[in-house]
Design a protein around this ligand. Structure first.
Ligand code: DC
Length: 212
């Protein structure tokens, strides 16, 4: 089974994807990490984030070993990834890696922006996670503070809105729900509630019921 989870920044899709993968015994790929790794390579090399040749090269030389590097988690790298990821030729380089990950047994949960629309258009289940931007900013702020980092909620909200705008309006693989995706609004749900709602969707699809 392949499950595609898409949604905007800080929607909680990553945690949800991880939990769904554990629940169904599937592998999990956070595809945002790939774009973050490319952005990080460019930043480290002092290259411009819009430098197509440098971005393509960084994507070709991508080393999955770096995916666990905590440096990739920062807001700065996330925003940079949003800029870099608008380069179509760089995205093309990364398509095959993601498809192979999805296709390997026993199946996988991939989370990102274009999984249901571009990477895995034939995914068994597609879920598009949304939440009010203010709720997402609040959650991100609390998360950062719990790690002992300083976090300004207004700055984080502005960053989230700018990222939504860039991710939704880029020419290639823009963030938007696939036609056959189920919308999951978790603004008023905690993590457990979101996981339950997602499992309900997967089970409904498996049982061959109508769209919920
Ligand atoms: O989900 P995230 O915050 O880790 O993603 C960082 C950026 O990477 C995001 O703003 C846009 C880009 N991205 C993408 O273009 N396609 C994906 N499938 C995942 C992320």
């Amino acid at each position: 089974m392949i499950i595609a989870i898409d949604g905007p920044a800080a929607s909680g899709k990553g945690t949800l994807a991880k939990r769904l993968a554990a629940h169904y015994g599937l592998r999990h790929l956070d595809t945002g990490v790939i774009y973050r790794a490319v952005a990080y390579a460019l930043i480290s090399a002092g290259a411009d984030l819009k430098d197509e040749a440098a971005a393509v090269k960084a994507a070709q030389e991508l080393d999955p070993e770096i995916f666990d590097d905590p440096a990739l988690k920062s807001h700065q790298v996330g925003s940079a990834a949003s800029v870099v990821s608008a380069i179509p030729r760089m995205r093309e380089v990364l398509v095959e890696f993601q498809r192979q990950f999805a296709a390997a047994p026993p199946g996988a949960v991939l989370d990102g922006r274009d999984i249901g629309t571009v990477i895995c258009p034939n995914a068994d289940v597609k879920i598009f996670v949304v939440a009010d931007p203010r709720v997402r900013a609040r959650r991100r702020t609390l998360e950062a503070q719990s790690r002992g980092e300083e976090a300004d909620e207004a700055t984080i909200l502005a960053d989230i809105l700018a990222r939504d705008e860039r991710d939704q309006n880029r020419a290639v693989a823009p963030l938007r729900p696939a036609k056959d995706a189920y919308l999951l609004d978790n603004s008023d749900l905690d993590i457990e509630g979101g996981v339950r709602a997602a499992i309900d969707i997967v089970e409904a699809v498996r049982a061959g019921r109508q769209r919920v």
